[in-house]
Ligand binder design. Sequence first.
Ligand SMILES: [Zn+2]
Length: 99
Amino acid sequence: MTTNEQTAQPSPTKCWCCDKEYDERELVRLGAHPEVGICLACALDVQQRAGEREDELRPTATTRLRTGVRRSREWVIARDWHNRPVLGPLLRRINRHLP
Ligand SMILES: [Zn+2]
């Protein structure tokens, strides 16, 4: 197989986090373990969880504020308010500006 054939037809591979299939272009590989690939959505989720863990390990006034925002976000999502017709777009717009 030539290089052109390899780049034109990426083979589907599975995300090691959600187990769904993606093209190679849609996966992020781990540095020391390139056999491990995670999709972009899972990579963003891992990044968010890493931020939460970092805030838990080093509590300050700012991290407590971010924790409060996260808890509020989870509370809204648990009630499905972000999917309501009028309130949802407003909440999502506000969310874009929150930490
Ligand atoms: Zn995934």
